[in-house]
Ligand binder design. Structure first.
Ligand code: DC
Length: 266
């Protein structure tokens, strides 16, 4: 495959890892990239949120590390990986909205700091990525975009493309404030600050997502709108995917190339 800049097709199977802080636009950009390339999409933050909801529903104290870890190991979680409609199901119930409440957002860092919880969710995340890589998942062997805080470094350091999506604190606060409160005036931004600044500080104790690890491409979206950010991410994918080494499992050579699809506009 020649290096064609933004002119996809790219080789498949393709694993794209995207990390970044809250409000960087990671989830919407990752979904758009997955839709554009016909890949599955895994929101690992939603898995930590679902775990938080689950242990809360069990009546457990979040600081009871052993009990929380035991409950998460038994958690009946099904992650939908269709980027157009990525549902999150706990014991058969759709909890996509329930995991986005302020209560869950405020307590999720306590659960994601639990190392046994991280080990359990890491196993599930790697299994989901492998399924897409080996033709057992939603994408029919095309691959997956997985996003979170430690995907480029811990979960899939061997991904074909690794991106750290960043944005200045000011633009992250503005975006999340618009999302949560429909406004980016001073009081809305202040009300959002806890969810962005405090949570990122707490999360930084267990994951490193502010500085790109070696081989990870930084994409700063501070001065880009959504479509520009998606276009920039697709360009990074097309260049990096062509340079990625073969996986050596023989599947890649025989796999069909992806046709470029219309990039999603929202
Ligand atoms: O991206 P998000 O806000 O939905 O993530 C929820 C929480 O999960 C966040 O506070 C950090 C944590 N998280 C993590 O520790 N590792 C990941 N790979 C993804 C999220």
């Amino acid at each position: 495959m020649t290096d064609t800049g933004t002119d996809l097709p790219v080789r498949t199977p393709l694993v794209v890892a995207i990390d970044g802080p809250s409000g960087s636009g990671k989830s919407s950009v990752s979904k758009a990239v997955a839709r554009s390339l016909g890949l599955a999409y895994l929101d690992t933050g939603a898995m930590y949120r679902a775990a938080t909801l689950w242990v809360t529903q069990q009546g457990l104290a979040l600081d009871d590390a052993a009990a929380v870890a035991a409950a998460v190991r038994e958690m009946p979680l099904v992650m939908g990986v269709d980027p157009t409609e990525p549902g999150v199901f706990l014991a058969g119930h759709d909890v996509s909205e329930a995991i986005r409440t302020t209560e869950v957002s405020t307590s999720v860092s306590a659960v994601s700091a639990n190392l046994e919880v991280r080990a359990e969710l890491a196993d599930r995340q790697r299994t989901a990525i492998d399924a897409e890589r080996h033709g057992r998942g939603f994408s029919g062997g095309r691959g997956i975009v997985a996003e979170g805080r430690d995907i480029t470094t811990v979960i899939a350091p061997d991904a074909d493309v690794r991106i750290l999506l960043t944005a200045s604190e000011e633009s992250r606060l503005r975006r999340r404030s618009l999302e949560l409160h429909g406004s980016a005036d001073a009081s809305a931004v202040d009300a959002t600050r806890d969810q962005i600044v405090r949570r990122d500080a707490a999360d930084s104790a267990v994951t490193q997502f502010t500085v790109a690890a070696s081989g990870v491409v930084t994409l700063d979206s501070s001065d880009l709108d959504f479509d520009q950010t998606v276009a920039a991410a697709l360009k990074i994918v097309s260049i990096a995917a062509d340079r990625a080494p073969e996986h050596g499992d023989g599947e890649r050579d025989g796999a069909p190339s992806l046709d470029r699809r219309t990039p999603a506009g929202s």
